[in-house]
Design a protein around this ligand. Sequence first.
Ligand code: 5GP
Length: 204
Amino acid sequence: MSEQLGATSAGRGLLIVLSGPSGVGKDTVLRELFQLDPSLHYSVSFTTRRPRPDEEEGRSYSFVDDSTFDAMIAREEFLEWANIFTHRYGTSLERVRDALGRGEDIVLKIDVQGAASVRRRMGGDATFIFLLPPSRDELRRRLVERATEDPDGLERRWDTAVEELAEQDKYDHCVVNDDVRRAAREILGIIQAERAARRTGAGA
Ligand code: 5GP
């Protein structure tokens, strides 16, 4: 049973969920996607992890401490939240609801646990897309190349990536990131098809 997020009504925005294992290139593909279609909006998540040097408060994430995150859980301010590695990440219910209410199409970049929660709450009222690497070997290579992790961190990310890949069948669409521009165009095609279906009443 879907909740009152405004996603079902004609003229309301689309909720698009993008997941994929660490290292698959979600951020790069999303950057390209937002360039291709500047009308798309990004759901800025809350996280308890520290910002990386290139990250900006309120743009990459809203960075909060543990007690703030706890309070937000208690006030039921999250559409979903999850423990990932050693930190917590959550999607603001208010931000998503407001965007959909304004008729904006909003993209959530969340892990498979979060996507499962959104699926439970929203059912068919969201579009679920999984970004795949061209191969497992290639994903492993990309994770090693990132080399921002200590060896333990790398192995943990790899194990999680393998677990995440096993969830791909639960998604409406799988897109292979063999080429950033091509993958972004394929995702845009999926979104355009959803918009068209919504207009003609053939959608969810
Ligand atoms: P990173 O720390 O590398 O930015 O993100 C780690 C993982 O957290 C990624 O798989 C990303 O998709 C996921 N993530 C980011 N924001 C959220 C969120 O709000 N909810 C959930 N469930 N996962 C998130």
